[in-house]
Write a protein that binds this ligand. Structure first.
Ligand SMILES: Nc1ncnc2c1ncn2[C@@H]1O[C@H](COP(=O)(O)OP(=O)(O)OP(=O)(O)O)[C@@H](O)[C@H]1O
Ligand SMILES: [Mg+2]
Length: 268
């Protein structure tokens, strides 16, 4: 039996996802297993269509229902099975235990409400015991944590630059103090300098809040800056996994070597 403290925060075993359309079944995630430990940053890297987003969405039941999509395997959060839970129970996990940030902040932010209002909605759902004053204090706290002045809670999404909008998304994700942050290509739409700032921010938040991060990206340059460990996906399978430095310095898989060849300066 595993000793207490040794149970991974998130443990994914033999995850398979099939999409079905008009009698044709496409397996897009094939027998994937990985662990995410408390306080760890784990990157999933792979080319477009390799199943990174589908894997992350399968974890909390964000995919279409059967028969369009079937998910098999096991996903344990702190030792408790969450795959196959009812939507009502999954909704309590999303945002509160496992929060997501996506590639394009504008598609996730509502243009008609201030950012403070949107963070407050998250808190009303996931921290229902907080009163208005406590919620306002928490909104200020999470905005400051991502480098935005608390007064800007009254501003609207279009008043922020792309990088600042992504910070707002991260503040929203942080609001309910999740244990795990899943960041799916959070900087693809941003320029390189802002990308770096957002990555540094994720590192700071890990230090500050002890959060675990599952970072999804196709960019090994980003992986090398921030991830403790990396899983490489190819055509829906995990083809390599290891500590970031080990994978970069001595990749075992031919596809990993191809990916790394695109960023030659990583290896010295
Ligand atoms: N709702 C869906 N119905 C059918 N097929 C889907 C659906 N969502 C994703 N797929 C397919 O699953 C495969 C994996 O997609 P996924 O979005 O996980 O790729 P990805 O690795 O995140 O790629 P990218 O880097 O482009 O975001 C793709 O072939 C995609 O077309
Ligand atoms: Mg994706």
């Amino acid at each position: 039996m595993l000793k207490e403290g040794k149970t991974p925060l998130l443990s994914v075993r033999n995850l398979c996802v099939d999409f079905s359309s008009r009698g044709h079944v496409s397996p897009v995630v094939r027998d994937i297993s990985f662990d995410l430990n408390a306080g760890e940053i784990l990157a999933i890297v792979g080319e477009s269509g390799s199943g990174k987003s589908v894997t992350s969405q399968a974890l909390t039941g964000l995919l279409p229902e059967a028969p369009a999509c079937t998910v098999r395997g096991s996903v344990k959060l702190a030792g408790k099975e969450i795959l196959g839970l009812r939507e009502r129970d999954l909704r309590k996990i999303r945002g509160k235990e496992i929060a997501y940030i996506f590639q394009d902040p504008l598609s996730s932010l509502n243009p008609t409400y201030s950012v403070g209002w949107q963070i407050e909605e998250m808190l009303k759902i996931h921290a229902p015991t907080m009163n208005g004053r406590e919620r306002r204090a928490r909104i200020g706290e999470v905005l400051e944590a991502v480098g935005i002045r608390a007064e800007l809670a009254n501003a609207f999404p279009h008043e922020f630059s792309g990088g600042m909008q992504q910070r707002v998304m991260i503040a929203m994700a942080l609001a309910a103090s999740p244990k795990i942050l899943i960041a799916d290509e959070p900087t693809t739409a941003l320029d390189v300098t802002i990308q770096k700032q957002i990555m540094n921010l994720l590192l700071e938040l890990r230090e500050h809040f002890g959060m675990s991060v599952l970072l999804i990206t196709h960019n090994f340059g980003i992986v090398s800056q921030i991830a403790d460990r990396v899983c490489v996906f190819y055509h829906g399978e995990k083809v390599e996994e290891g500590p970031t430095r080990t994978v970069i310095d001595s990749p075992q898989n031919a596809y990993t070597r191809t990916l790394l060849a695109c960023v030659p300066r990583l290896r010295n």
